[in-house]
Design a binder for this molecule. Structure first.
Ligand code: C2E
Ligand code: MG
Ligand code: MG
Ligand code: MG
Length: 291
């Protein structure tokens, strides 16, 4: 009886594992096909100056539209998959190339200059020719490096500290803006960060979300801003959704704000239209536009 039950459970577990693996395999096949067919799209989420409410920068975020106004899967699902299969290498190159070409086109049509940051996966960053790839993406679009930002995560930096510092120094030399993404979710300390040639620090969304409701989150955000300032780093708060969060960040002299409060990630055309309109008016602006 016990044996039977045991076998039964085993079968059940096995079946579950299989559906999971099958789903991943199916998604992988669809993702590759979508990428090859040029169906993936880069969205741009504004980063707004905290005082003037002008758009000074943006984050490039990958989207997988299904052609019917919805998305096939979120980056939270398909990026880890692409990292597992290695597809992130050609995909990451494409995002960087597309972003450089887009900024260059916006500048040519006379739009206000912006810096657009792309998310870098550690698989990309560890490639021996990574710096060269960034360089050729910029060259192909004849783009000044100061318009490109690279978002690196704590784990990517801590993975191989000497390699990271070396690559970052070369990139910094070129004029690329270097940022640490989701700060506070990993294990690095601010004192440790001093070793890396960073320009911006992005305070993780999960702490920003708690500013009004959790005094520990509020204290962490305050302390991170104060210490970053003393290290000469600029600060971007991500995931800002409310006027209360904005007020708290403004009082502590955070530099840039990214979040639904000002705008969602937008299609390129919607983004440049908003950019050309000047400072973002809130709450009159329909923040529900986009993804
Ligand atoms: P991330 O780099 O931390 O990006 C910020 C995420 O927060 C984005 O999610 C963005 O849409 C979301 N967000 C922005 N403002 C708000 C807000 O006010 N409230 C809330 N609740 N969320 C907000 P998204 O676009 O789903 O991307 C998730 C993650 O996927 C990104 O986190 C990044 O790690 C990864 N990712 C996206 N695009 C790329 C890419 O091209 N390459 C790589 N390697 N990773 C990417
Ligand atoms: Mg990011
Ligand atoms: Mg982030
Ligand atoms: Mg994240």
């Amino acid at each position: 009886r016990a044996k039977e039950l045991g076998r039964g459970q085993y079968h059940f577990f096995d079946a579950e594992l299989k559906t999971c693996a099958v789903r991943k395999l199916r998604l992988d096949v669809r993702l590759r096909r979508a990428f090859e067919r040029g169906e993936l799209e880069v969205y741009y989420q504004p980063q707004v100056d905290i005082d003037s409410h002008r758009i000074l920068a943006a984050e490039a975020l990958l989207r997988w539209p299904d052609g019917e106004g919805r998305f096939v899967a979120s980056p939270g699902e398909f990026i880890p998959l692409a990292e597992e299969t290695g597809l992130i290498l050609p995909l990451g190159d494409w995002v960087m190339e597309a972003v450089c070409a887009q900024i260059s086109a916006w500048l040519l049509r006379g739009a206000p200059p912006v810096t657009v940051s792309v998310n870098v996966s550690s698989l990309q960053f560890r490639r021996s020719d990574y710096v060269g790839r960034v360089c050729s993406a910029l060259d192909r679009s004849a783009l000044n490096a100061r318009h490109l930002g690279l978002e690196l995560t704590e784990s990517l930096l801590l993975d191989d500290v000497d390699l990271a510092i070396g690559r970052m120094e070369q990139l910094k030399e070129m004029g690329v803006q270097l940022m640490i993404d989701d700060f506070g979710t990993g294990y690095s300390s601010l004192a440790y960060l001093r070793r890396f040639p960073l320009d911006y620090l992005k305070v993780a969304q999960e702490f920003v979300a708690g500013i009004e409701t959790n005094r520990h989150d509020a204290m962490i955000v305050g302390a991170v801003i104060a210490l970053s300032k003393s290290l000469g780093l600029n600060i971007i708060a991500e995931g800002v959704e409310t006027a209360g969060q904005l007020a708290y960040l403004s009082e502590r002299r955070c530099d840039l704000i990214q979040g639904y409060y000002f705008a969602r990630p937008l299609r390129a055309d919607d983004f440049v239209a908003l950019l050309e309109r000047g400072p973002i008016q809130t709450p009159a602006f329909p923040v529900r536009l986009g993804a």
